[in-house]
Design a protein around this ligand. Structure first.
Ligand code: NDP
Length: 320
């Protein structure tokens, strides 16, 4: 098998394509021929060492592909089935092996590459707008980095629920894409907090969905309405400094949470429910999945370099 391997943390160049032995599935596991592996910002945090992993490791958590072999005792899957996953370490490879419970069957009407593109970001968008802050019809929320992988999916889901989206982006091209994607108000980051307050008649927004972190967090808190929710779900610009709980008091009994997908797919039932909801939205044409760019497996360094330099939109996929 072929896999990208990181032997020392660092820049994109630390990712090397290596050949290895196919480990085969152990009892309870399946092995899957990868059709497409999703590139996510968390892969960058792993590669740089911002989120530590034991070395050496193969990056990547997400993908879609075809069942190649079943370990002893596995039920519910057959060789050749189309499956997708959101949390199987080592997905930057042409073969992945993981516990059967980590995989979901892809419905016939959803392309396996599309499934690969929504498992991590799509399920995250789903829990953010349905569970972390359950958007109500007429609510206005802020979505940062609205032309990115997360931002495009989250905006569509908020709109589907009847919410209004104030979107932030860094370039004109991204602004155009965010608009086409349904955002109601699109703006640059400078002064977004004051503009959001103005757009809500002084009241503030119901929620801020913030995957940018360091450069947006404080201003976002200031844009919330009374009892508004700050969902800090990432740190593309760097980690947020410590917060004084009194700021939440002064802001109007604000709610601050730092959610992560694993806690919102903690049971197989919840995982399947979210995945099937997202697949259904795709089948019903209520969720358009935009793959910004595809790369060959050996081009993983280029994919990371572009993602980190804010030059990408939508989803990035690696095709082995
Ligand atoms: P994106 O495609 O959104 O790429 C990141 C975007 O962040 C960039 O395109 C850029 O958009 C914006 N950004 C702002 N400042 C910076 C900066 N200094 N450096 C780089 N990018 C910056 O990535 P993903 O969709 O993969 O992830 C978005 C966020 O969501 C990440 O923080 C990720 O960790 C988080 N996430 C969290 C999950 C969870 O469960 N907690 C699960 C999935 C993702 P622009 O140029 O418009 O500013």
């Amino acid at each position: 098998m072929k896999a990208i391997v990181v032997s020392a943390t660092g820049g994109p160049g630390v990712m090397r394509l290596l050949e290895g032995e196919d480990p085969g599935p152990r009892p309870g596991q399946i092995s899957v021929r990868v059709a497409a592996a999703g590139v996510n910002f968390i892969d960058v945090y792993h590669r740089t060492g911002a989120y530590g992993l034991p070395l050496p490791f193969t990056p990547g958590l997400e993908g879609g592909g075809y069942v190649a072999a079943l370990g002893e005792g596995v039920e519910g899957f057959a060789v050749g089935d189309e499956v997708a996953w959101k949390s199987v370490p080592g997905s930057y490879a042409d073969l992945v092996v993981g516990d059967a419970d980590e995989f979901v069957l892809v419905p016939e009407k959803v392309a396996v590459e599309t499934a690969a593109a929504v498992m991590l970001q799509g399920l995250t968008a789903h829990y953010l707008c349905n569970t972390v802050y359950d958007v109500q019809e007429g609510d206005t929320v802020i979505v940062h980095a609205a032309a990115g992988g997360m931002g495009l999916l989250l905006t569509q889901m908020v709109k589907y629920k009847g919410g209004k989206v104030i979107a932030t982006v860094s370039t004109d091209a991204k602004a155009e894409l965010a608009r086409q994607n349904g955002a109601d108000h699109v703006m640059r980051y400078e002064g977004f907090g004051a503009k959001a307050r103005e757009l809500t008649g002084g009241a503030g927004v119901a929620a801020v969905y913030d995957g940018v972190g360091k450069t947006t967090f404080t201003e976002g808190l200031g844009a919330l309405r009374r009892r508004g929710v700050m969902a800090l779900f990432g740190q593309a610009s760097g980690p947020v400094p410590p917060v004084d709980p009194q700021d939440l008091h002064r802001g109007g009994s604000l709610i601050l949470t730092r959610p992560t997908l694993a806690d919102f797919t903690a049971t197989r039932e919840e995982y399947l429910q979210r995945a099937n909801d997202v697949f259904q939205m795709i089948e019903d044409d209520n969720l358009l999945v935009r793959v910004g760019e595809t790369f060959r497996l050996e081009e993983a360094p280029e994919a990371h370099q572009l993602l980190e330099s804010r030059k990408t939109t939508g989803k990035l996929l690696l095709i082995p």
